[in-house]
Design a protein around this ligand. Structure first.
Ligand SMILES: C[S@@+](CC[C@H](N)C(=O)[O-])C[C@H]1O[C@@H](n2cnc3c(N)ncnc32)[C@H](O)[C@@H]1O
Length: 159
């Protein structure tokens, strides 16, 4: 399966890079990971609507990356559906059994995601009602995907 993570912004600090690299390495036996980064849009200083225009530009760039994607799209959003780890593993397992070969996960940047991206979602996935910074969210997502594959393969992992 190809796991495509489309994220706004990059991992700037080395500790986030190290944490992400560790889960990407651990995922290697289970799936191919395609990490796609979209640049954070610079907003014109303090002009009315600047943040909305910047968020829409990021959204358009995300949708452009999805043109080459043929599977379901899971958008990370604080207000979405909450799944436990077992349920996420079951969703991914179901996609594999249905013969779906690609799944995309979308993570917004500091401005969040545009309505156009939220509308494109097959599933809005919440990790809690709290807001996490985008770099940490990427690491949490990688860990939960790794956990899902360990669950699917009935392999031991931390409880
Ligand atoms: C810093 S947050 C964006 C904050 C923005 N003000 C908003 O309310 O959407 C960056 C991205 O991380 C993801 N994210 C943050 N917290 C989340 C949560 N609890 N569940 C799911 N995704 C989350 C979302 O994709 C979000 O667009």
């Amino acid at each position: 399966m190809i796991l495509r993570i489309i994220a706004v912004g990059r991992l700037r600090e080395s500790y986030w890079q190290d944490a992400a690299a560790d889960y990407i390495r651990r995922l290697r036996p289970y799936a191919r990971l395609d990490m796609v980064e979209v640049a954070i849009s610079s907003k014109e200083a303090a002009t009315p609507g600047a943040e909305i225009r910047a968020m829409e530009a990021e959204g358009a760039a995300i949708l452009d990356k999805l043109k080459r994607h043929s599977g379901p799209v899971i958008v990370l959003d604080r207000t979405g559906d909450a799944l436990n780890s077992q349920q996420l593993a079951e969703r991914l397992q179901d996609l594999i059994l249905e013969g779906r070969s690609e799944v995309a996960f979308i993570i917004g940047g500091p401005l969040g995601l545009s309505p156009a991206v939220l509308d494109r979602a097959d599933l809005l996935l919440s990790f809690s009602p709290m807001t996490f910074p985008h770099q940490l969210m990427r690491v949490i997502l990688l860990e939960q995907i790794y956990r899902s594959f360990r669950i699917m393969h009935h392999e031991p992992y931390h409880k």
